[in-house]
Structures are given as structure tokens and as C-alpha cells.
Design a protein around this ligand. Structure first.
Ligand SMILES: *Cc1c(COP(=O)(O)O)cnc(C)c1O
Length: 221
């Protein structure tokens, strides 16, 4: 068994049923991604459109590609025909563009709304007011061919486990409020993307349904 296969197995065996492992392949080569594929991995995450495109063309067609990084509106059309889930929607304008491109492709695109939960200023994402503002508009005039599946967030990059847990709990609570207010009768709003190599165990304890793990699978970047 290869090292990548071993690491995948270790992580998978620790994940509760219902939690999806997204292997974050950004910066790693296609051979390493293929190695993970050969070990049964199908969900892969990239944070740049160009790199996602390159790998999607090389890797087998049944890979499920997740866009986890900031997405510019003018790049949506490149991935619209095949992207599995966009984790990083943080504006109504972007969601509208995804809807437009999804209509053109004749498919429905699953999206997560990215929340800013960390202390760092540089990270993308919305606060709760912005989230509810967006959801209010969408509830009044639903956008065609996009399905809002849940929320995504990144905790502060810190060793402080208490702080990380608090941030994940805040995101989970925000998810629950959004669910109760706008998706009480919509079973599609069921995904909470949180947890990376350094903090996925905490995220899973708090209720993550999608963990995005790179370096613990592929090695240090
Ligand atoms: C890079 C990245 C990850 C994975 O990070 P690791 O520390 O390598 O597990 C997860 N989520 C996002 C948004 C990323 O950009």
C-alpha cells in the first residue's frame, strides 16, 4: 500500500458515516492525485480554477471536483459544465453568475455559502448579516439551476483548540439558524464544510459533514 493510500485509510476510518472526505490536491501533481484515486478517493478539492481545470482533464472522469477557494465571476464558466460543489460562494453577484452559467450548461450546480469565522482579516466569506441578506433575496426570487446546500468556513490558523472549537460552533449555530429560517422544509440544505488537516477532528465533533484535507494525505506542501 502506498503512503497516500495508508493516510487516506487512517483518516477515513476515523470519520463518522455521513462525513465526506474531500482530498485537497492543490499544489500536488496529477500523479499523486491519481494515487489517491487508485486508493478509492473520488472527491477532490482545488482552490484555483486553472489548476482544477488542468487536473480534471488529466484524471478519470468520475472524479468529483470541489472548488474550495475564492472564485471570480469571470471564471465560473470554465468549471460550470462539471464542477461538483462550489464551497466558496460569498456574494449574491457570484451566485447569480453561477446560476446563469448553470442554465447555459443545462445543469444544476450545488453551492455552499462561505462564512468568515476566523480572526484573520484576509480570509474571504460573509458575516451573518450578509448571509441572511443573501438568503432573504434568494427566498423572494429563487435563482434557477443553483442549489444552496449549506455553509463553509475556515477557523483561525492557531494552536488554540478552544478558539477553533468556538469558531466551528459559531458556524454550526449559524447553519442551524439559516436552516430554521429559510430551509426548514428543504432537505437539500444539509452540508457543513469545515475542518482541514490541523483541525478536522474538532470540526467533526462539532458536526462537520465535509472535511477538506490536503497535507495530511499528500504530505507537506
Ligand atoms: C488548502 C486548503 C485546505 C486544506 O489544507 P490542509 O492544511 O492542507 O489540509 C482546506 N480548505 C481550503 C479552503 C484550503 O484552501
Amino acid at each position: 500500500m502506498t503512503l497516500i493510500a495508508q493516510r487516506l485509510q487512517t483518516i477515513r476510518s476515523a470519520l463518522p458515516a455521513g462525513v465526506t472526505l474531500v482530498a485537497v490536491s492543490k499544489t500536488y501533481g496529477a500523479e499523486q492525485v491519481q494515487e489517491a484515486y487508485d486508493a478509492g478517493q473520488r472527491d477532490f478539492g482545488e482552490n484555483r480554477v486553472q489548476e482544477l481545470e488542468t487536473k480534471a482533464h488529466i484524471l478519470p472522469a468520475d472524479c468529483r471536483w470541489h472548488l474550495i477557494g475564492h472564485l471570480q465571476s469571470n471564471k465560473v464558466r470554465f468549471i460550470a459544465p462539471y464542477v461538483h460543489l462550489i464551497h466558496s460562494v460569498d456574494s449574491l453577484a457570484l451566485l447569480k453568475e453561477i446560476s446563469k452559467q448553470a442554465v447555459k450548461c443545462g445543469r444544476t450546480i450545488d453551492c455552499l455559502l462561505q462564512m468568515h469565522i476566523a480572526l484573520e482579516e484576509t480570509k474571504y466569506g460573509m458575516n451573518e448579516d450578509e448571509l441572511f441578506g443573501l438568503l432573504h433575496v434568494c427566498a423572494g426570487a429563487p435563482l434557477p439551476n443553483v442549489r444552496i446546500r449549506g455553509l463553509m468556513g475556515m477557523a483561525t490558523f492557531t494552536d488554540d483548540q478552544v478558539r477553533i472549537r468556538q469558531e466551528f460552533v459559531a458556524l454550526k449555530n449559524c447553519f442551524t439558524r439559516a436552516k430554521n429560517k429559510y430551509f426548514a422544509h428543504d432537505s437539500d440544505f444539509d452540508q457543513l464544510s469545515m475542518g482541514m488537516s490541523s483541525d478536522w477532528q474538532i470540526a467533526v465533533e462539532v458536526g462537520s459533514t465535509l472535511v477538506r484535507i490536503g497535507s495530511s494525505i499528500f504530505g507537506t506542501r
